[in-house]
Write a protein that binds this ligand. Structure first.
Ligand code: HAM
Length: 417
């Protein structure tokens, strides 16, 4: 038996209502804020992600699905969208048509991580990228949209953490200070953190190792290395969030797993999904467009993991979705299935949802099926009244029924209808 690849999921018809519910809210809220949807290919040339996300990051060094295609080009299944959106932005000269581009997406992503609850190898993100302005209003807007989508879905146990990583020069100074601070503690660091010491030293803040956590608790703070403009930018973001009544915590140890961030970064965590608790993350990336070959253009964005959100919704018991009822179920009282099919077709042509029996089931079994599908009305074909060209229409809520001409069914209303 061939099974699905570990870390991938089938979304079954019984689960699809949750996906549609989330996707509808995502489309609606991005529409409120005037974002346009963008769809990019599933795979791109490998250097786009290697250069964009950073060679030293876990994503690029360990997790990408990279292979040579038959023409010998190295391609990678997209592990995230930001680099892909920026590639499209540059390739289509978006900035020649309008100077600010507000884009959003819903798309599968691929990372070869060790699968566990909330961590998949193919997962789905929705997210946004705003390219063309360094206004702190947009950092705040991105955070507010992310927060608003999660709370509109019904999530309550969520916590927004924000931080700033400063500009590259400020961050370099901070990294040097961190190096100096960690040097005497080097031997006590975990093996992973020892590796990060020379690779991506900021990621040591992410370590869960007890000795690392203790050492990092007295580490230097990025806030002390910010320029005046960096401090002012971050203050403005915070004040807009305050005015929008979006609660947040400043977390100076929040470093993100991708290298392109400058200034604001943020994550929204769930208190209800175990260790993989980041529902969403993002921030500003004012150098990425240039790194990827475009003009010097600022950007800011976020992405949220749909499977993790579903886990959080399930664990908070926040979703009360009732399946759409069926408009009509057609029940055959004799063997003439062609007639039943054409009545169904007549109703379907008028936009109603209709089901009928294809398995030659007994009337009792057909009735059971109609109830299971929560049919609002049932049509009986082939009863006594058939000789007069009529059939029976029954309203399930009240049990009322009428004899009616087939072409009148779609218009007929019961008193309680
Ligand atoms: P990220 O933090 O790598 O950021 O991913 C964003 C979200 O995707 C995570 O918070 C999580 O919910 C979900 N996610 C990530 N990896 C997995 C996985 N293996 N299984 C399930 N869910 C996962 C980015 O991807 C950036 N592109 C966000 C961004 C946009 N920054 C600026 N613009």
């Amino acid at each position: 038996m061939i099974k699905r690849i570990p870390g991938t999921k089938d979304v079954l018809p019984s689960e699809i209502d949750k996906w549609h519910f989330i996707e509808n809210i995502v489309h609606k809220i991005f529409h409120n804020y005037n974002y346009g949807e963008i769809r990019t290919p599933i795979f791109e040339e490998t250097p786009l992600f290697a250069r964009g996300i950073g060679e030293e990051t876990d994503i690029v060094s360990k997790e990408m699905y990279t292979f040579n295609d038959r023409g010998g080009t190295s391609v990678t299944l997209k592990p995230e969208m930001t680099a892909a959106v920026v590639r499209a932005f540059i390739e289509h000269n978006f900035d020649s048509k309008q100077s600010l581009n507000k884009l959003y997406y819903i798309s599968p992503m691929f990372r070869q991580e060790r699968p566990q609850a909330g961590r998949l190898r193919q997962f789905h993100q929705f997210g946004a990228e705003v390219i063309g302005s360094n206004s702190p209003l947009l950092d705040a807007e991105i955070i507010i949209i992310a927060y608003r989508i999660l709370s509109s879905l019904g999530l309550k146990a969520i916590l927004l953490k924000i931080n700033t990583l400063g500009k590259p020069l400020e961050r370099e100074k901070f990294k040097n200070a961190l190096k100096e601070y960690l040097y005497p503690h080097f031997e006590k660091l975990s093996d992973d953190s020892k590796k990060r010491f020379s690779g991506n030293i900021l990621r040591i803040f992410d370590s869960k190792d007890a000795s690392d956590v203790k050492i990092m608790s007295s580490a230097p703070n990025i806030q002390d290395y910010l320029s005046e403009s960096g401090i002012a930018h971050f203050e403005k973001v915070r004040s807009v969030l305050d005015k929008a009544s979006v609660p947040f915590e400043v977390e100076p140890k929040l470093v993100r797993g991708l290298d392109y961030y400058t200034d604001t970064t943020f994550e929204i965590l769930s208190g209800k999904v175990g260790s993989q608790n980041a529902l969403c993350g993002g921030g500003r990336y004012d150098n990425l467009i240039e790194t990827l070959g475009g003009k010097n253009t600022p950007g800011v964005g976020f992405a949220a993991g749909i499977e993790r959100i579903i886990l959080a919704l399930d664990n908070e018991n926040a979703l009360k979705l009732t399946p759409e009822p069926l408009d009509y179920f057609i029940i055959r009282l004799n063997d003439d299935s062609a007639n039943a099919f054409s009545v169904a077709q007549h109703l379907r042509d008028r936009g109603f949802s209709v089901e009928l029996d294809y398995l030659d089931r007994s009337v009792k079994a057909q009735m059971r099926e109609a109830n299971k599908l929560n049919a609002e009305k049932v049509v009986f074909i082939g009863g006594e009244e058939e000789k007069d060209g009529l059939l029976t229409l029954k309203f399930m809520k009240t049990g009322e029924q009428v004899s009616i001409k087939p072409e009148m069914i779609s218009e007929y209303k019961f008193p309680a209808d």
